[in-house]
Design a protein. Structure first.
Length: 255
């Protein structure tokens, strides 16, 4: 199987795909060497590592060039979080997807919110039309790219999150999505309902109250992401070590 076929198959196993989220080439290499079957960019982690705030503030061409380098140095499937598509038009999003596909990326995340000072949730019907056009383009041009669609009602902490998410999942599945990503969902009953509402593989994300992997598998979850949490933890450890060098007045903490 080629990387795209491998990536797609990883969403169909009894054991969920644990996606390692990266922020530089070294983290990509480390996760591959650690046994991860696939990796993906955390938009927040990559942006923050390069001095940008999350929310499409990282220039898209930097994202494309980074994606090319990742594909060159690892041998496992690689997915990119392209946030809201780095464009407010269908044509612009499609152009950006083509660039990532040409770079060797086999999966993308596309979210139904628009980043900004205040993150805005797109109307469901509007985003469904956008997805339909994107999925049609991918199909017509035989692009080998997995369209993972992120819906953000739980992430935003909005009322009626479950009911609204279930409606959006149906819309997005009908539009041609390959997978559904519901970040910040943690309740077991909510996860069970989401999984039962779609034939598509469901992706959840690392959160303090998220059930363990075995239970997520029993609930039918097919993909688990770590988001920016590994990046945050690694940087916390670096900060602690840097302080220890000063307080210890020697290098024992890093030797």
């Amino acid at each position: 199987m080629n990387p795209f076929e491998t990536f797609k198959q990883l969403h169909q196993n009894t054991t969920p795909l644990l996606l390692g989220n990266i922020w530089d080439l070294n983290s990509a290499r480390i996760l591959e060497a650690s046994g991860y079957k696939a990796i993906g960019i955390s938009s927040q982690a990559l942006s923050n590592s390069l001095g940008f705030e999350d929310g499409e503030n990282l220039p898209f061409e930097i994202l494309v060039q980074f994606a090319k380098r990742v594909v060159e140095v690892v041998h496992i499937p690689f997915s990119v979080d392209m946030e809201a598509g780095y464009s407010r038009t269908v044509a612009g999003i499609i152009e950006n997807i083509n660039k990532l596909h040409d770079a060797g990326v086999v999966g993308i995340n596309l979210e139904d919110t628009i980043p900004g000072t205040v993150r805005q949730l797109r109307p469901a019907a509007e985003f469904q039309r956008i997805l339909s056009a994107i999925a049609s383009h991918i199909s017509r041009n035989n692009l080998q790219i997995f369209l993972n669609v992120r819906t953000d009602r739980f992430l935003l902490g909005l009322p009626n999150a479950l009911a609204e998410t279930l409606t959006r999942i149906e819309n997005y599945e009908n539009a041609g999505a390959d997978g559904i990503f519901v970040p910040c969902i943690t309740d077991r009953d909510d996860i069970r309902e989401v999984v039962g509402a779609t034939k598509l593989p469901v992706n959840v994300m690392c959160m303090p109250a998220l059930p363990d992997f075995e239970e997520l598998a029993s609930l039918g979850v097919k993909r688990i992401s770590m988001g920016p949490f590994l990046f945050n933890k690694a940087n916390e450890a670096i900060g602690d070590l840097a302080k220890a060098v000063i307080s210890d007045n020697n290098f024992s903490a890093i030797l």
